[in-house]
Design a protein around this ligand. Structure first.
Ligand code: GCW
Length: 845
């Protein structure tokens, strides 16, 4: 044993004795679920019978097999401390052997998995091989071997038994891709975790090590393609001078079996290509695409293909020349076909200038109306990429009927890991339960059973290709997605794309164990919080199928209930004084329901059979309408918001039970977000309850909506420098008003506490604007008790629902007659604004 090692061992033992609780190592979250934490002694012993020798069959230069080897050895060494003797070829002793099936067959043709392997599938097995007990990982392809290696490493990291293992795993679908909406300038559209890892200032960051780290994470859960730039595509990415850099990115991804793809702009032939047209039926345009594609493949022979967003939200498309999406998709598909490339043509084609006065207009109908008539007209290397719901990643939508309507066309479902409408990673929202509902939903599109998971995999209509795409938008934040718990959505997405029959509980359990700990308490705390979080978020944002009632014209973040109405975007909920909801029935509404097959349409056409959670998506009803639950619609709106906000608050306490049991870094970072969420859930609750209370004039049975006993409005305090301002929409601030400070020296607001019982804590509702770090100080009876600076990086540019934030002071005794004074010092656009304050009491008043 070398001296340095002895010293390190003594030091480690000493520090463990002196600091028994310091054993939780500090973490950033960068390793995500690939932490390979050391297993305890007892569990490690379960793997004592692992062979001592490792053999890799096949071409010694294969990069995929090299990745598989390094990952497997790294994982096993880290988790159970085992190293292997690496042998160049099979020798007569037990071994862990990896390689493609044809190479095993060369040695022993009798070796065969118990069931067939499809592309990317693998077999992990303990077998007798040349009279030795061996553990093998094999597949038809090298990429399958890589997936098998990751899977074995994961099984060991989870402490699962591999004794007598013989497991065949095949992916559910060939397409398991991720999309990034990264712009060439380094920003990310709907990205909430820092700048792009792929681009900056118009340049490709080809040698950024984060690209390889991302690809490794993707490969570890079976993702095989990555589209790196925004679907609102900058046509310059295809410029010739970018090809060498793109080729470097492709090389990096290739090590992990991930194919590179990019989004293209259909107007490219004209805007950057020097042609006077981009008409897909013009031969010059076809030639332009052919040349571009040939050049691309000369640089990147295994390039994946293109993603196309056209005739959508300002992107030009074939309609400009009276052509169809099939015309446009096919011209590119022809260019890609000789190279085995594919086109993902997005079905997100709709008119955002709809006349909202026409009760028959309905954006939900657009995808089906545009693509159903073209079924069978697309080349077989075109995949129609369909968002899971008919609108746009709302907190709840029905399944898109288009998913069941294409019988002669390939399709992929588009999901969204980046939480655009689901809290932007400031709120916790584990989306796997939602995606499970979508994937299991039976669209009855062939008259018999046809769940979405079978349709997209091409199983129902025997399509050659299809599958899953998710918009992920990881960024330069060390932990990839900002919220320490948000990577559960990427992990879960990939696990579902591999096997949609896994349950949300199984997935969250795996993720919690790999990301935090196998300890049952930690696992249970993390999984139960995750599993409840989507319903919680839905209940305080947009229940009953109203969609996320957010500011749809701007940030898509805080409450903005009316922003969807009286404009052409078509995200209408049509709330008025008498009732709420969109009538989409065939009988009296927009007719959208008729896009479903008869058994599904029958459910949604009738008020009686429409499930409560989608009621207002399909029907317009009076506020007194009684749900299946027995509650009226209006009472449900009030109750769900109060219950949801209370649940969000529970998460904080639940998480606090993990203090000291996981590393402080991730514990504190998650706690800060959960505390913020619990405050912002109150903002949502109050805005929506207030809005519907005013609009309907119907009181909350529990007397909560519109009443806030114990709340002191900032505008009612004695102000020094601060001035009241009206907030719009008014429901986004308590009483419709706030106070703001425009004086650089700062301002103050004070009042005298008059309650008889002493209070124990003050809650300050203030506004955190992104541009500027305002400061606040709180004094009680002249004594400074708390101060903080605002820097939460919210998507907030003004005083309102995006910026409204809570701060709790530490516990302190506040007595009758004490003066409470809050000082605010503005910074840039952040005017140290305050909405109200509230008190807490330790004893029931
Ligand atoms: O949800 C909307 C987003 C846009 C996005 C668009 C799309 C990339 O608000 O930011 O554009 O969907 O999916 O194309």
């Amino acid at each position: 044993m070398c001296k340095r090692f002895v010293l390190a061992t003594i030091l480690a033992a000493l520090s463990a004795a002196l600091f028994p609780f310091a054993s939780v190592r500090s973490e950033t979250g960068a390793e995500a679920w690939l932490r390979y934490a050391r297993l305890d002694e007892k569990t490690s012993r379960e793997y004592n019978r692992l062979p001592a020798t490792f053999v890799r069959l096949g071409n010694p230069n294969s990069i995929l097999l090299r990745s598989a080897q390094s990952e497997l050895l790294r994982g096993i060494q880290a988790t159970i401390g085992r190293t292997f003797r690496i042998e160049p070829r099979i020798s007569p002793e037990p071994a862990l052997i990896i390689g493609t099936l044809d190479l095993f067959h060369e040695i022993d043709p009798a070796i065969n998995p118990p069931s067939a392997l499809v592309a990317d599938g693998f077999w992990i097995a303990q077998i007798r091989f040349r009279e030795q007990n061996c553990l093998i990982i094999t597949s038809q392809s090298e990429r399958g071997v890589l997936y098998g290696a990751f899977t074995l490493a994961r099984k060991i990291a989870l402490g699962e038994s591999i004794a007598n293992i013989s497991e065949v795993q095949n992916p559910s679908a060939p397409i398991r891709w991720v999309d990034q909406w990264d712009n060439l300038d380094g920003s990310i559209e709907r990205g909430y975790a820092g700048r792009s890892i792929f681009f900056e200032s118009g340049k490709i960051l080809a040698s950024n090590p984060r690209i390889a780290a991302y690809a490794r994470l993707l490969a570890s859960v079976g993702i095989n393609g990555c589209n790196i730039n925004n679907v609102n595509a900058n046509p310059h990415l295809l410029d010739e001078e970018n090809l060498p850099q793109l080729a470097i990115v492709a090389n990096t991804l290739r090590q992990w079996g991930v194919q590179l793809s990019i989004s293209v702009n259909l107007s490219g032939p004209k805007t950057t290509g020097g042609l006077e047209t981009f008409d897909p039926l013009d031969p010059k345009v076809a030639e332009w695409w052919r040349k571009k594609v040939d050049a691309l493949y000369a640089a990147i022979p295994d390039f994946g293909g293109f993603v196309v967003k056209a005739d959508s939200e300002g992107q030009l498309g074939p309609s400009f020349y009276g052509r169809t999406p099939a015309d446009a998709a096919n011209v590119i598909a022809h260019a890609l076909k000789p190279h085995n490339g594919v086109v993902f043509y997005r079905a997100f084609v709709y008119n955002h200038h709809l006349d909202w006065r026409d009760p028959k207009n309905d954006r939900a109908k657009a995808a089906y109306e545009n693509f159903r008539p073209l079924d069978g007209k697309f080349e077989d290397n075109v995949i129609i990429q369909i968002k899971h719901g008919p609108i746009d990643f709302q907190v709840r939508e029905p399944v898109s009927p288009l998913l069941g309507a294409l019988q002669n066309t390939n399709e992929a479902i588009e999901l969204q890991v980046t939480q655009e409408y689901t809290g932007q990673q400031h709120h916790l929202c584990f989306l796997i339960p939602m995606w499970k509902e979508v994937l299991d939903f039976d669209l009855h599109s062939n008259g018999a059973t046809s769940p979405v998971k079978d349709l997209i995999a091409g199983k129902t209509f025997h399509r050659p290709i299809g599958g899953f795409v998710a918009v992920v938008n990881v960024g330069s934040d060390e932990n990839w997605l900002g919220h320490p718990l948000a990577m559960s959505n990427l992990y879960g997405y990939a696990r579902l794309a591999w096997n949609p029959n896994l349950t949300a509980r199984e997935i969250s359990n795996e993720w919690a164990a790999l990301t935090f700990s196998r300890d049952p308490k930690i696992r249970l705390t993390v999984t139960s919080t995750l599993l409840a979080s989507w319903n919680t978020y839905e209940s305080y944002t947009g229940p009953l199928g109203m969609q996320t009632l957010t500011d749809i014209l701007g940030s898509h973040y805080g409450p903005g209930i009316e922003s969807s109405e009286e404009n052409g975007w078509g995200q209408w909920h049509r709330a008025d004084a008498k009732g709420v909801g969109m009538d989409r029935t065939v009988a009296t509404g927009t007719g959208y329901v008729g896009q479903y097959s008869p058994p599904v349409a029958k459910i949604y056409e009738s008020l009686e059979t429409t499930p409560d959670q989608l009621l207002l998506f399909f029907h317009h009803v009076p506020y007194h309408y009684v749900l299946h639950s027995g509650k009226t619609v209006i009472q449900h709106i009030y109750d769900s918001h109060y219950e949801g906000a209370a649940q969000a608050d529970e998460y904080v306490r639940f998480w606090q039970t993990l203090k000291g049991e996981i590393d402080d870094e991730r514990y504190n970072a998650a706690l800060a977000r959960l505390e913020y969420q619990s405050g912002h859930a109150v903002v949502w609750r109050d805005a929506i309850c207030e809005y519907f209370f005013k609009l309907s004039g119907i009181a909350d049975r529990e007397g909560r909506a519109g009443h806030h006993p114990g709340r002191i409005e900032a505008e009612s305090m004695q102000l020094d420098g601060y001035a009241p301002v009206d907030v719009t929409p008014r429901e986004n601030a308590s009483g419709g008003k706030a106070i703001e400070c425009l004086s650089p020296q700062g301002c103050s607001a004070r009042f005298v506490f008059k309650e008889v019982l002493p209070a124990s804590r003050i809650t300050i509702q203030y506004f955190d604007i992104r541009e500027g770090d305002a400061k606040y100080r709180v004094f009680v009876a002249g004594k400074l008790i708390d101060e903080w600076t605002t820097n939460l990086q919210l998507p907030a540019t003004k005083i309102g629902g995006d910026s409204s934030t809570r701060h709790h002071t530490p516990e302190i005794m506040i007595k009758k007659g004490d003066e409470i004074r809050i000082e605010g010092i503005p910074d840039k656009d952040d005017h140290a604004a305050i909405d109200y304050i509230e008190f807490s009491w330790n004893i029931q008043r």
